[in-house]
Design a protein. Structure first.
Length: 209
């Protein structure tokens, strides 16, 4: 990313630690298929493909380097009893209830057999899940965040990673949102205050090294 426009008060670098893991947040059919409840391609039809390609390249590099990969999905009880007020704010989250029509909660890329899949009910992949414990048990110090959406679950996961004592790295080309403005604005704010936002090429180089 380019230098911060916010001056020396923001955008310090947390850097990469010794033991990274890639967390792919909610990369499911609901975001990448036309007609889906959260389709990313309404403004720019190339966005879903870009995100899928970016996440695929990131995951391939992680696997080649023996870097752990963790996947998350949103799952609710059939009656949304565990969704709280999140589903009130975003009624379309009902598509992630058990037994809901459409299969929108299915992953858009296949995880490997040994890669954990965590179900969550809120935006952050850390909220109410075993993610922090899973990462600490493997000695992870750096959380490389990819997936969707930049302004929602990616942002919340990166922010909570920082609060949990991990080094958060968000890969710009491996994330996406419903508009380019939301995507770019949230990347800029994350880079200023909560995470290192990096280009895909730099992330691939770091994983290989």
């Amino acid at each position: 990313m380019t230098a911060s426009p916010h001056g020396p008060s923001f955008a310090g670098r947390v850097g990469w630690g010794a033991r990274p893991a890639v967390v792919v947040v909610d990369l499911v059919r609901a975001y990448v298929e036309a007609g889906a409840p959260f389709f990313l391609g309404g403004e720019d039809p190339t966005t879903p493909g870009r995100v899928l390609e970016g996440c695929g390249a990131l995951v391939d590099a992680a696997r080649a380097a023996d870097v752990p990969v963790v996947w998350t999905v949103v799952r609710y009880a059939p009656d949304l009893a565990d969704a709280g007020f999140f589903a009130v704010k975003v009624p379309a989250l009902a598509c992630f209830a058990e037994g809901a029509d459409g299969g929108w909660g299915e992953l858009a890329l296949p995880p490997a057999r040994d890669e954990p899949l965590l179900a969550k009910q809120h935006a952050s992949a850390f909220a109410g899940t075993s993610l922090a414990g899973t990462l600490r048990a493997r000695g992870i110090d750096t959380v490389v965040v990819a997936g969707v959406s930049t302004s929602g679950c990616v942002r919340a996961t990166a922010t909570d990673a920082l609060a949990a004592g991990f080094r958060p790295v968000v890969v710009a080309q491996a994330c996406g949102d419903r508009t380019d403005a939301l995507h770019r604005q949230n990347l800029a704010d994350l880079d200023a205050k909560y995470a290192d936002v990096v280009d895909l090429a730099d992330a691939l180089t770091a994983l290989k090294s």
